[in-house]
Design a protein around this ligand. Structure first.
Ligand SMILES: Nc1nc2c(ncn2[C@@H]2O[C@H](COP(=O)(O)OP(=O)(O)O)[C@@H](O)[C@H]2O)c(=O)[nH]1
Ligand SMILES: [Mg+2]
Length: 219
């Protein structure tokens, strides 16, 4: 009997829809970022700071994926121009089709940036292109300094890496050199920004990086 490779065909179908998403958002002059990390690293907290800081120049929309609840969408509702919550009902990552369905309800030409907050998970989201231009991988200080080495599939495809909760680094005796050393083997392409979404430390570097990337491709 002929061998059927289910995983490959699922990914191929996802990639085709992802390309369509990218074309739609590119056609509207948008920059699209897909933010991936473990649950609780601070993805929503990052957006709570990032979106208002960019607001004078850029209109942001958010698509946020969670297994259940609209809690993140509620946190971001007053900040972004458009917020769409996707409940994956057990799914451990967002798919390009879910993002495509969310795009159907949006007036893209009025928007500059789309932030996609993926489902909190360090494994599942990695293989699924959503139609983004920028893959963001985040880790945070309380998770420990070994996560880059342990979850290379999250950090390898990243275009920018954020190390969050730096306000806790001293009390947790965090050694950032371990992260940098692991990245020197896994991903030398992406810049690493040490930030705190709580205090705002390091946020300027991240904001400038987005502005720069947007100018490079935007309207
Ligand atoms: N100390 C500290 N706490 C943070 C920081 N960023 C997020 N948090 C807290 O970490 C928890 C999880 O953050 P959240 O944004 O919901 O994470 P998400 O699951 O990745 O979206 C919340 O209690 C945040 O207030 C930070 O930079 N420093
Ligand atoms: Mg969140």
């Amino acid at each position: 009997m002929k061998k059927i490779n289910v995983v490959t065909s699922v990914l191929k179908a996802n990639d085709a829809v992802a390309s369509g998403n990218r074309e739609r958002m590119e056609g509207a002059g948008m920059l699209v970022l897909n933010i991936t990390s473990a649950p609780g690293s601070g993805k929503t907290a990052l957006l709570e700071r990032t979106i208002p800081a960019l607001a004078p120049e850029m209109k942001s929309a958010v698509i946020v994926g969670d297994l259940q609840t609209t809690r993140d969408a509620e946190r971001l509702g007053d900040l972004a121009v458009e917020v769409t919550q996707i409940n994956t009902e057990g799914g451990c990552h967002l798919s390009a089709t879910q993002v495509s369905d969310a795009l159907d309800g949006l007036e893209l030409k009025d928007l500059s940036v789309m932030f996609i907050e993926n489902v909190g998970n360090m494994v599942c989201p990695s293989g699924f292109d959503l139609g983004e231009h920028v893959r963001v991988a985040m880790l945070s200080v309380p998770e420990g300094a070994d996560k880059v080495a342990k979850y290379p599939t999250l950090f390898q495809p990243a275009d920018v890496i954020l190390l969050n909760k730096m306000d806790l680094a001293e009390v947790l005796e965090y050694d950032t050199s371990i992260v940098r050393e692991d990245l020197s083997r896994i991903n030398t392409r992406a810049p690493l920004f040490e930030i705190s979404a709580k205090t705002g430390e390091g946020m300027d570097q991240w904001l400038d990086w987005i502005r720069n990337r947007y100018q490079h491709q935007g309207k």
